[in-house]
Design a binder for this molecule. Structure first.
Ligand code: ATP
Length: 299
């Protein structure tokens, strides 16, 4: 049943692509590649979970290109209370890392441990609740804002729903919408901006009380005000769980406790923002490039 509901979820998230390109949808093939890869789920579903996640020495190639490793001996540790950021050029393997955490695929080498136990020894549904992923372009349904948030956990109460919205810095703007939480969040409604959509998606993730929150490029398309709000939310959330940011923007990176720079599937640098700046390596170069671009835009 779970497989079916997550399948529907994935298909729903691809719906716009399917609409755009029936017949040529890479995404569908990508989805078809996925499920048979993951090993059968386990039975673990502990009441309390610390939320320590470790990717240890993982090497991974996609099924359709078995000879091309996109992650090579990749390691990463996530701890509750900490923000870890993954940066690097396009194609470095950042989204692949998220795919592995979602158990869409199984690494060929190495392991992924949650509180010391392999990810595949847990129940899928349990993991789905504990590891929440907010994707780059979250999909909102043509339903009320309330239903969109509660989609994360349908038995959530109104109080829990509002609590999640507050934590996601979304309650204030939702309250100001013409019909508040009853406002239609669908594209036709057109009442919700990109950044607001992002925050509704974060609320939808938080309503499950995850121990690990993954934000895939969450602020890349946001204006300064929305970016600031999302960053505020991430800082608050990180007090309660482990956060993994797949980030491109400087302002987001500065708040990370630990930054991992990935290139061609390998970690080439890691440390705090200050440490990496002092090192004067690839990360420092990226910062300089972004500053220059920013100055150019300002001129
Ligand atoms: P970006 O910043 O552009 O999103 P990324 O760092 O997230 O890049 P990935 O999307 O993880 O990079 O891609 C890593 C490599 O894996 C790329 O070379 C990409 O072409 C390849 N790749 C991604 N998805 C698949 C797939 N389903 N099948 C085969 N190869 C894939």
């Amino acid at each position: 049943e779970l497989q079916f509901s997550s399948a529907v979820e994935v298909l729903m998230s691809y719906y716009p692509h399917v609409k755009k390109a029936i017949g040529a949808s890479e995404k569908i093939f990508e989805y078809m590649d996925r499920q048979p890869q993951a090993p059968p789920e386990g039975s673990l579903a502990p009441k309390t979970l610390q939320g320590n996640l470790e990717i240890r020495n993982v090497t991974f190639a996609y099924p359709r290109r078995p000879d091309t490793a996109v992650l090579k001996g990749f390691s990463l540790k996530l701890k509750p209370g900490e923000i870890t950021a993954l940066v690097g050029p396009s194609g470095a393997g950042k989204s692949t890392c998220v795919n592995l955490l979602e158990r869409f695929y199984q690494p060929q080498k190495g392991e992924i441990l949650l509180d010391g136990q392999p990810l595949h020894s847990y129940q899928n549904q349990y993991l789905h609740g504990k590891i929440a992923v907010v994707s780059q372009e979250p999909v909102l349904f043509a339903r009320s804002v309330r239903e969109n948030i509660k989609y994360g956990r349908e038995d959530a109460t109104e109080v829990e729903m509002i609590e999640a919205a507050r934590l996601a810095e979304a309650h204030e703007f939702i309250s100001k919408l013409p019909k508040g939480y009853d406002t239609d969040a669908g594209e036709k409604g057109g009442q919700v901006s990109g950044g607001q959509k992002q925050r509704i998606a974060i609320a939808r993730a938080l309503i499950r009380h995850p121990r690990i929150l993954v934000l895939d490029d969450a602020t890349s398309s946001l204006d300064t005000e929305n970016e600031h709000r999302v960053n505020e939310a991430v800082l608050k959330i990180s007090k309660q769980c482990a956060v993994l940011l797949i980030a491109h923007k400087l302002s987001t990176l500065e708040m990370a406790n630990h930054i991992i720079f990935l290139r061609s599937g390998e970690v080439i640098e890691e440390g705090s923002h200050e440490e990496l700046l002092r090192n004067g390596g690839a990360y420092a170069q990226l910062v300089q490039q972004q500053n220059t671009a920013f100055q150019r835009n300002a001129e």
